[in-house]
Design a protein around this ligand. Sequence first.
Ligand SMILES: Cc1cc2nc3c(=O)[nH]c(=O)nc-3n(C[C@H](O)[C@H](O)[C@H](O)COP(=O)(O)OP(=O)(O)OC[C@H]3O[C@@H](n4cnc5c(N)ncnc54)[C@H](O)[C@@H]3O)c2cc1C
Length: 322
Amino acid sequence: MAKVFVFLEGNNQDLKKGSLELLTAAKASGREVVAGLVGPGVKALAPKAAHYGAQTTFVCDAAELGHYNPETFTDAVTAMVKDSGADVVLASSSVLARDLFPRVAARLDSGVASDCTILKLDGGTVTVRKPLYSGKCTAEVEFVNSPVKIVLMRPNQLPVGQPDAAATAQTKDFPAPAASGKIKTKDLVKGSSSKTDLAEANIIVAGGRGMGSAENFKQLEDLANALGATVGASRAVADAGWVPHSMQVGQTGKTVAPSLYIAFGISGAIQHLAGMSGSKVIVAVNKDGDAPIFQKATYGLVGDLFELAPKLTEEFKKALHK
Ligand SMILES: Cc1cc2nc3c(=O)[nH]c(=O)nc-3n(C[C@H](O)[C@H](O)[C@H](O)COP(=O)(O)OP(=O)(O)OC[C@H]3O[C@@H](n4cnc5c(N)ncnc54)[C@H](O)[C@@H]3O)c2cc1C
């Protein structure tokens, strides 16, 4: 039976939503599903991989894999893909995967398509669609003469299936590859936010230059807390130092695709739209009725955000926390 290898990523001792989406798609394809996990403590995630469709899970679980190292991760994942015999590899288009999989593809003499939004796995053919030129157009890409087809999907594009708590999978351990020592991550400093990462968030409340100051972002934090959302920002705001660059959405920031994106005081420059136009519902709040963001918005509120943000927060609190 044809096989698909799914590279899984975890967060806070759980599989990321993007990984569950990929397992669901792999299972629905009717192929045999082999999952791969790399990092310290990842073996604990193997049962959940089975619940979502993995029939076999390859595990490279070692303390020295705590910090991403392109050399050791490339060795580990290449060994897993070769061992699996899969001709299709799926991974989330995360920062880690976009660094890792071109290296794996080179080892396997194969093609890789990143940042994909649509995946078709029909028999032996793999076709994907991906945005180009900051989302001005999309391209359909088919793999030709590629022994292994590597697809990196944007998170939040595919449904997550119902888990089968009774499902079990075989696991196979892989040894941690030896590091060449060419590079070494010495320290990793975590950000202060306990919120869901922007790229994975289901709801995003974002602020632009119209917020006026760093302090005013408190209003968006309040709204985000009421909604269970993550706060994002335009580049103008990150460049001004009001928020860290990790919160920037757009061409040179993060690409997001939440169910709901609420933009406050963001004009809608093409570079910002490039990062968020895949959102399912876009709400724009801007005092300028001609702001370009309204052309992309599902719903628009023309008015002063300092009046509208607190009102929205109150209404959402009433509606959601009765
Ligand atoms: C190579 C390159 C890459 C870039 N990458 C990115 C990127 O990744 N992400 C990104 O965001 N930008 C990016 N930019 C910058 C982009 O071109 C814009 O400059 C930026 O997005 C503007 O941010 P803004 O909408 O917050 O600010 P502005 O364009 O200044 O818009 C502020 C908006 O707030 C509204 N406003 C003001 N006060 C209020 C109020 N009280 N109530 C309601 N509305 C109000 C105004 O009407 C206005 O529409 C990039 C630019 C370049 C050249």
